[in-house]
Design a protein around this ligand. Structure first.
Ligand code: NAD
Length: 281
């Protein structure tokens, strides 16, 4: 989809990391930006970064795991700007450690944000975008962890496989329905963001105050924090995403290693073996 100055972009998880970079990039193209995040101070900062530079942006504090909140976000975007051309379902959280140590609260949180955040946006935004009747594009942020698996991160990988699945299904449905709404799925390798401190945004209803973090969880969160610190800068991810949208590419990897990782997974599947689980780089 060709983006035109004045088009409207809605970006969730826009207070930090990849989401903020997507919002700033959209603002730099002259798009009107609706930034959404659960974390109000960071969200305000993102909006200020756009408006201080002469751009147009509003912030809508939103917990994407709550359907009514996402419905209110869609209503706010269409009330204020009358349209949405680009929807980036990017908000995401990480919970790690051995699967058998993960509680139902961990699962509900990770699936609630990483999968249901997208589902809620499909329900609230897509009917309005179809009714608008013009080309538009949806980018869902999954992960290389939505295409390959490894240990210590079961709920995260599971949620990201689901994010990939729902993105493929959405693309089929939108094409089948004859719309001009494209879909892409962002599958980043390691990016230098605050994903390692996801717990800062865990809603109260999914915090178990009687439980301490186990060594398995401490280990993987520390490893994630260390490894993402050396990752690609989010601004580079935004460049890659907007190029992919302009060229209507479905898959948006951020590193060439994607090709070997996918190949080794599919080779193992052809051999009926467990895929090797390469570290995400
Ligand atoms: N950083 C990486 O290496 C990496 C790799 C692959 C995929 N991803 C994905 O990229 C996306 C963005 O994460 P990031 O790496 O920029 O991390 P980040 O923590 O810097 O940003 C995530 C943003 O999502 C927001 N958020 C969390 N819960 C929310 C909720 N319930 N409702 C609304 N907003 C919420 C946070 O406040 C934060 O601003 C996530 O979906 C993540 O899974 C990240």
């Amino acid at each position: 989809m060709q983006i035109t100055k004045g088009d409207v972009a809605v970006i969730t998880g826009a207070g930090s990391g990849i989401g903020r970079a997507l919002a700033l990039h959209a603002g730099s193209l002259g798009m009107r930006v609706v930034a959404a995040d659960i974390e109000a101070p960071n969200l305000d900062e993102t909006v200020a970064l756009i408006t201080d530079g002469g751009g147009t942006a509003i912030g809508v504090q939103t917990d994407v795991s709550v359907p009514e909140a996402v419905e209110a976000l869609a209503a706010a975007a269409f009330d204020r700007f009358g349209d949405v051309h680009l929807l980036c379902n990017n908000a995401g959280v990480f919970s790690g450690g051995f699967l058998w140590e993960r509680t139902l609260a961990d699962w509900n949180w990770v699936m609630g944000v990483n999968l249901y955040g997208i589902v809620h946006a499909i329900n609230s935004f897509v009917p309005r975008m179809i009714a608008a009747g013009h080309p538009a594009h949806i980018v869902n942020t999954a992960s290389m962890g939505g295409l390959i698996t490894n240990g210590y991160s079961g709920p995260y990988y599971t949620s990201k496989f689901a994010a990939v699945g729902v993105s493929e299904c959405l693309a089929h449905d939108l094409r089948g329905a004859g719309t001009e709404i494209g879909v892409s799925v962002l599958v980043p390798s390691l990016i230098a963001t605050s994903i390692g401190s996801s717990d800062r945004n865990r809603p109260e209803r999914w915090i178990d105050r009687n439980r301490e973090r186990g060594a398995d969880e401490e280990f993987v969160v520390a490893a994630l924090t260390d490894s993402t610190a050396g990752g690609m800068p989010p601004a580079e991810v935004a460049d890659i995403v907007f190029d992919a949208v302009a060229h209507d590419r479905f898959w948006i990897p951020t590193k060439p290693s994607y090709h070997d990782q996918i190949r080794s997974r599919h080779d193992a599947m052809q051999e009926l073996q467990l895929p090797p689980g390469p570290p995400i780089d």
